[in-house]
Design a protein around this ligand. Structure first.
Ligand SMILES: [Zn+2]
Length: 158
């Protein structure tokens, strides 16, 4: 470890920074619900040779880009049922093995009630008992992406 080769003052500074909360205590995550983006996406790079970690909330940056280029953005209020190859407009009830991630639950409620995610988060933050529980042997959380002309199922749990 390079910490052992640091001079005492640098070591003191690093430890002070750690305890002062200068360094993040946790990494951003694509389900951390720390922004209102529908699809939270995080870029993360860390390199020991540079001693630097870069985290980017790609979703928030993209949201700003969407505002600048609305002609290149299309949002459809439906999802593709990959089996039937049909559009479905109603949010599907949770059927995952694990309990429904809060971030997805808030967004589903927002969609069902026609409200903002922020509004829902405030109302449901202390009503976790209502959050759908997991079902053993539940279905994988489906996400279909168009790849080379075909719809391909992606399991978000992996
Ligand atoms: Zn975001």
């Amino acid at each position: 470890m390079t910490v052992e080769t640091l001079d005492p003052q640098t070591k003191t500074d690093v430890l002070a920074a750690l305890f002062a909360g200068t360094f993040p205590g946790e990494f951003w995550d694509c389900q951390d619900d720390k922004c209102d983006c529908t699809y939270q996406r995080i870029g993360m790079w860390t390199n020991p040779y540079i001693a630097e970690t870069l985290e980017v909330r790609m979703c928030c940056i993209w949201a700003e880009l969407y505002k600048q280029f609305p002609e290149f953005v299309r949002v459809t209020p439906a999802y593709i049922d990959g089996n039937k190859k049909e559009w479905v407009t109603e949010p599907m009830p949770w059927n995952g093995e694990d309990e429904m991630p809060k971030a997805i639950w808030y967004r589903q409620l927002a969609r069902e009630q026609g409200r903002s995610v922020d509004d829902i988060r405030v109302e449901y933050a202390n009503r976790d008992e209502l959050r759908p529980k997991g079902k053993p042997n539940g279905e994988p959380l489906p996400l279909f992406i168009r790849f080379d002309g075909d719809w391909v199922a992606i399991d978000l749990r992996r």
